[in-house]
Design a protein around this ligand. Structure first.
Ligand code: SF4
Length: 322
C-alpha cells in the first residue's frame, strides 16, 4: 500500500503512528504496530455521530483547534464524521437524513457534548426534537459511546442552572459510557480513546466514574510544578507580589488535590500551558463536583479547609524548598 492516508507514504504513516501512540499515551498499552494495523483496517472509516446538547460548544472548538498535521488529524483522517450540527456542511433535512441513515446503519461511535435538561425537554431542541429523544435513539445502535466535556460527563455548568442539566449517563442507562470530562474535553483524551477502541475493540480501563485511567489516574496536585511551595506551606496571598508568583494556589481556591487529570503533564493548546501554570487555580473541571460544589472557583472552600486542617494536624508534613 503506497498511500495509506491522504498525502502520506507508508514511511510517513508509520512515523505518525509512532508519534500518535506516544503523544496519546498509548505506546505501551496498544503498541505502534497494532495501532497502525487498526488504522489500516479502518480504511472503511468507522462512522462517528457527534451530538450537542446544552453547552457552549467549547468541546467542538477543542476539536477544531487540532494542529495539522498531528496525531489527532491522523485519527480524524481515519474516521467518518457523519453528523455534527455545528461543523457539518449539510443543513436542515439533508443533515437530519445523514443522522438517521447512520443510526439505521448502526456500529458507529457516538460522541455526546453538553448536558440534557431534566427540568423540561423544551430547554434543548435540536432538529425540532428534544435532545434527550435523539440521544436515546443514537445510543441504542452505537458501538461505543463517549461523553465529552464536563457537561456531558457529569452535568457541568448547566446542572447548576434552571434547566437542571443531566449527564448522558443519567439518560442512557443500559450501555457503558466513557466519560472524558474537563472543560472543554482535551483532544488527546478523545483521540487516544478512539484510537484505543479502534485498536482493541474494547473500552479502555475506566475508574469508578467512567474516566479512562490512562488519562485520569493521577491528581493534578501530584504533578504540579507549584508542589514544592505547597510542601513548604508557601501559599500565594497577593497576586500583585512578584515574589509570590510561583507559590501554591491553595488559598486562592485551587482544587488540584482533589482533581484527577494529567493536565500538568499533557498541558493544553498543543502542550503550551494549562490553568495553574497560567496563574489560575485548578477548578476541578474533571470532577463531578464541577461546577456547583466547586464554586466560587477563586475562593477557599471545603478542599482548602480540609487540606489546611490536615497540614495543621501534621498529617501532611512540611518540607523545606530544596
Ligand atoms: Fe498545585 Fe494547586 Fe496543589 Fe498548590 S494546591 S501544589 S497550586 S495543585
Amino acid at each position: 500500500m503506497s498511500e495509506v492516508v491522504k498525502g502520506l507514504t507508508r514511511r510517513d504513516f508509520m512515523k505518525y503512528c509512532t508519534g500518535a501512540a506516544a503523544a496519546l499515551g498509548l505506546a505501551e498499552i496498544c503498541g505502534v504496530e497494532k495501532i497502525a494495523q487498526a488504522l489500516e483496517a479502518a480504511l472503511k472509516k468507522p462512522p462517528v455521530i457527534w451530538l450537542t446538547g446544552q453547552d457552549c460548544t467549547g468541546c467542538s472548538i477543542s476539536l477544531l483547534s487540532i494542529e495539522d498535521p498531528g496525531p489527532a488529524s491522523l485519527v480524524l483522517d481515519k474516521i467518518s464524521l457523519r453528523y455534527h450540527d455545528a461543523i457539518m456542511a449539510g443543513a436542515g433535512h439533508v443533515a437530519e437524513k445523514a443522522l438517521h441513515d447512520t443510526i439505521k446503519e448502526g456500529g458507529y461511535v457516538f460522541i455526546f457534548e453538553g448536558s440534557i435538561p431534566a427540568a423540561d425537554d423544551r430547554f434543548c431542541l435540536v432538529g425540532g426534537r428534544p435532545i434527550k429523544q435523539t440521544a436515546l435513539k443514537t445510543a441504542a445502535n452505537a458501538a461505543a459511546i463517549i461523553s465529552v466535556g464536563a457537561c456531558a460527563a457529569y452535568g457541568g455548568i448547566p446542572r447548576a442552572t434552571v434547566s437542571q442539566g443531566l449527564p448522558l449517563s443519567k439518560v442512557v442507562t443500559d450501555k457503558p459510557i466513557i466519560n472524558l470530562p474537563t472543560c472543554p474535553v482535551h483532544m488527546d483524551h478523545l483521540m487516544g480513546t478512539i484510537l484505543y477502541y479502534l485498536t482493541t475493540h474494547k473500552v479502555p480501563p475506566l475508574d469508578n466514574i467512567g474516566r479512562p485511567k490512562m488519562y485520569f489516574g493521577v491528581s493534578v496536585h501530584e504533578n504540579c510544578r507549584r508542589r514544592p511551595y505547597f510542601d513548604a506551606e508557601m501559599y500565594l496571598k497577593d497576586w500583585n507580589d512578584p515574589e509570590q508568583k510561583d507559590w501554591c494556589l491553595l488559598e486562592k481556591g485551587c482544587k488540584g488535590p482533589d482533581t484527577m487529570s494529567d493536565c500538568p503533564i499533557r498541558r493544553w493548546n498543543n502542550g503550551i500551558n494549562f490553568c495553574i501554570d497560567a496563574g489560575a487555580p485548578c477548578q476541578g473541571c474533571s470532577e463531578p463536583s464541577f461546577y456547583e460544589q466547586n464554586s466560587p472557583l477563586y475562593a477557599m472552600g471545603p478542599v482548602t479547609d480540609r487540606i489546611l486542617a490536615m497540614k495543621a494536624a501534621g498529617l501532611i508534613p512540611k518540607k523545606k524548598i530544596a
